[in-house]
Design a protein around this ligand. Structure first.
Ligand SMILES: CC(C)[C@H](C(=O)O)[C@@H](O)C(=O)O
Ligand code: SF4
Length: 465
């Protein structure tokens, strides 16, 4: 009998083509996803006169620069989009461009198309590739040099991360979501709390999450310093994938599900680290600073650096200054200028449903943008009447893409403005030079839209506000 293994160890072994003496493994890549940022890698390939070795396993997606409104494109933006298309056509790669009915953010459409499956290795030149781990896929972001290596060989050299398990037991309260679970653990362990580790999420609170919630959780693994996130596949995973365009069909489906059901950590497998959380301790959480770890329950106050460890004070003061916040201010008194709902973190149908539940029959006091994660989600939200709820509330309903998560397509937050955002990064200038970002769930962003300041969504959901 082989010794007990964690899910990561099983996946790693299954993809190892060869191992170097220093412990680095050459891994086989089953799905290589490329977005506009791949142009450096394609240029490297061209300079060496190399071809893409597995064009059938490579998929190109326009997302970072995707315009979300009609109108003339900035020449630099259209050049980025055109370059991706040219590279895809030159190498015979399937392209999901702006006109494709399946267009969207790479980490949203991979799962929607059934390209992301349990047990496969997914790589992309993008840190939030960790999202796909929600399916029990070995999925991690790589840099430009590695993208070129994968294009040329369909393999990547990688050191195996250490293993870590975060177990969350219990039931999340009303209005508390996977986003809050993620911000909660990152606040507790720190933005590099999981550095060098692959996190497997387990426990009843994780099992009870939908695939959308699991994707949100795995997406944010990176913001806590982890290399990747994983959730062992189960019935919820299989139900999500069945019938998807690239998912196995017929007998292959039946056989695949039998195999996938084996993809879990053995009961007595040892992890390098274990963390345990209780779902009932998790409140709707918002960030107040410029790192995802600078997060607190919405019922809290802007922290006073003097009450924290000396090693933290300088960074906290810098965050407070950038965010223009005073210690002791209740978080719910912080006014916002605008809101954004979207991104690969929280731009899926369930996220939009939650936000719409808060906004239904209400008016937003501040402007805001709602950008679905994909064209498919956009159609679904329109059919379900969610889009109408957003526009009737006074928010702008736009096309799919990374949009205001990173502002590369021109959807930016102006300098000095404060945005309640369903995204994953609140770094200085992330949503535009001088912009101030408060991260939260889509429901919480919707609540902030209704009141014009950071707000606990729970009374709104209960109809008490
Ligand atoms: C532009 C891209 C490479 C980047 C990433 O790696 O994640 C972006 O998607 C982000 O979220 O910051
Ligand atoms: S939506 Fe944001 S986090 Fe996700 S890939 Fe795009 S820029 Fe990165």
């Amino acid at each position: 009998m082989s010794p007990s293994q964690t899910l990561l160890e099983k996946l790693w072994k299954a993809h190892t083509v060869l191992q170097r003496d220093d412990g680095t493994s050459l891994l086989w890549v089953d799905r290589h996803l490329v977005h506009e940022g791949s142009h450096h890698a394609f240029a490297k390939l061209a300079a060496r006169n190399q071809k893409v070795s597995e064009p059938g396993l490579t998929f190109a997606v326009v997302d970072h620069y995707a315009p979300t409104r009609a109108g003339t494109l900035d020449p630099d933006i259209s050049r980025m989009i055109r370059t991706l298309g040219d590279n895809a056509r030159a190498h015979g790669i399937q392209l999901f461009d702006l006109k494709d009915p399946e267009q969207g953010i790479v980490h949203v459409i991979g799962p929607e198309l059934g390209l992301t499956l349990p047990g496969v290795q997914v790589n992309c030149g993008d840190s939030h590739t960790s999202t796909h781990g929600a399916f029990g896929a070995l999925a991690f972001g790589v840099g430009a040099t590695e993208v070129a290596h994968i294009l040329a060989t369909q393999t990547v050299w990688q050191t195996r991360p250490r293993t870590m398990r975060i177990t969350v037991e219990g039931t999340l309260g009303e209005g508390v979501t996977a986003k809050d679970m993620a911000l909660h653990w990152i606040a507790k362990l720190g933005a590099d709390g999981a550095r060098g580790h692959a996190i497997e999420y387990a426990g009843s609170a994780v099992r009870n999450l939908s695939m959308q919630g699991r994707m949100t959780l795995c997406n944010l693994s990176i913001e806590g310093g982890a290399r990747l996130g994983l959730v062992a596949p189960d019935e919820v995973t299989f139900a999500y994938l069945e019938g998807r365009r690239y998912a196995p069909k017929g007998d292959n489906w039946t056989r695949a599900v039998e195999d996938w059901a084996q993809l879990n950590s053995d009961p007595d497998a040892a992890f390098d680290r274990e963390e345990h959380l209780d779902a009932k301790d998790i409140a709707p959480t918002v960030t107040w600073g410029t790192s995802p770890e600078e997060a607190l329950p919405i019922t809290g106050k802007v922290p006073d650096p003097n009450q924290y460890d000396a090693s933290k004070r300088a960074a906290m003061r810098a965050s407070l200054e950038y965010m223009d916040l005073t210690p002791g201010t209740p978080l719910t008194s912080i006014p916002v200028d605008q809101i954004f709902i979207g991104s690969c973190t929280n731009g899926r149908i369930e996220d939009l449903r939650m936000a719409a539940k808060v906004l239904a029959g209400r008016r937003a006091r501040v402007p805001g943008l709602v950008s679905p994660g994909s064209a498919r989600i956009k159609r679904q939200a329109e059919e379900e009447g969610l889009a109408r709820i957003f526009t009737e509330a006074g928010l702008e309903w736009v096309a799919a893409g990374c949009s205001m998560c990173v502002g590369m397509n021109g959807d930016r937050v102006d300098a000095g403005k404060r945005c309640a955002s369903s995204t994953n990064r609140n770094f200085k200038g992330r949503q535009g030079r001088g912009s101030r970002t408060h991260l939260m769930s889509p429901a919480m962003a919707a609540a902030a839209a209704v009141t014009g300041h950071l707000t606990d969504v729970r009374p709104l959901l209960e109809g008490r506000l």
